[in-house]
Design a protein. Structure first.
Length: 282
């Protein structure tokens, strides 16, 4: 899971002032834009009733006070600011789970109809070793007669396919089991063998769309997603709780620093009141 990565492509500047402006427009007679300063940069927000000016932090404090404290349930203004994230090296199953969040969230996902060079190159590496000196994938990974597990080649497999770490797990009914080092190494061997078959089919003229049907399910995948403040908190509510899929929890761990630095006052409220508490998502 150390390979998982989330980076920010773009985000609405002054998001908390944007939320505040939307909130104020609900309750004032005036045209809120005229109170925001000149141009696209919001220098300050002015409360029409009090005449007070709010910078980004102060606007965030007001948003928490007026919209979030006491679970008032007025989340509409939080839907205006957007953040765009690039998410990479996650297993396909995690992408599928995260992609079920469609309200206020948009996705563009790497398609294995058109891409597959990482899988093909991995397969070719093992095919070349086997054709030169080894009998099979297991022979390659154990360095022939040396009997030593080849960490570099194992890491190459794991850069393409995801396997959970060695450890103790529970199934969905609470039954305990152990994912041992021996079992995990067997799975790595199977992943490499699948990459060889994929490479062979591509060399035989099959398209990526056709050949992808024989690869392991949790091939690593990249995507771009955009979300607003409300929809991001909704996603965190559902996927950061203790019984969520392990990889989805890690995805939320990667998202969280970006979210909190973007909307710090809203983030501090969320961390105190909702983070990992499995509350009903707003």
């Amino acid at each position: 899971m150390e390979n998982f990565r989330v980076e920010v492509i773009s985000r609405t500047p002054n998001p908390q002032q944007t939320i505040y402006a939307a909130m104020r427009q609900d309750y004032i007679e005036g045209f809120v834009y005229d109170r925001l300063g000149i141009g696209t940069h919001i220098d300050c927000c002015v409360d029409e009733k009090t005449g007070l000016q709010y910078d980004e932090k102060e606007a965030g404090d007001e948003v928490v006070k007026q919209l979030l404290n006491g679970n008032r349930g007025h989340y509409g203004p939080l839907e205006h600011p957007q953040i765009v994230l690039n998410c990479g090296w996650f297993p396909h199953s995690t992408m599928q789970q995260i992609r079920t969040h469609r309200v206020g969230v948009s996705f563009d996902v790497q398609s294995f109809r058109y891409t597959g060079s990482r899988i093909r190159n991995l397969g070719k590496t093992f095919k070349d070793h086997i054709s030169c000196w080894a009998n099979d994938v297991e022979d390659v990974l154990y360095d022939g007669n040396e009997g030593v597990w080849n960490l570099d080649l194992a890491e190459r497999i794991e850069s393409v396919f995801y396997l959970r770490p060695v450890g103790d797990y529970n199934d969905r009914k609470g039954k305990k089991y152990t994912y041992s080092e021996d079992i995990r190494r067997q799975d790595l061997i199977w992943c490499a063998e699948a990459a060889i078959r994929y490479c062979t089919r591509i060399e035989q003229g099959l398209s990526e769309e056709h050949a992808r049907s024989i690869i392991p399910f949790d091939v690593r995948q990249h995507w771009v997603m955009s979300a607003n403040v409300r929809s991001m908190m909704h996603l965190l509510d559902l996927r950061w709780k203790a019984d969520a899929q392990l990889e989805a929890q890690q995805f939320c761990e990667k998202i969280w620093p970006h979210f909190k630095s973007w909307v710090p006052e809203v983030g501090a409220w969320y961390e105190k009141n909702r983070a990992q508490k499995a509350r009903l998502a707003p």
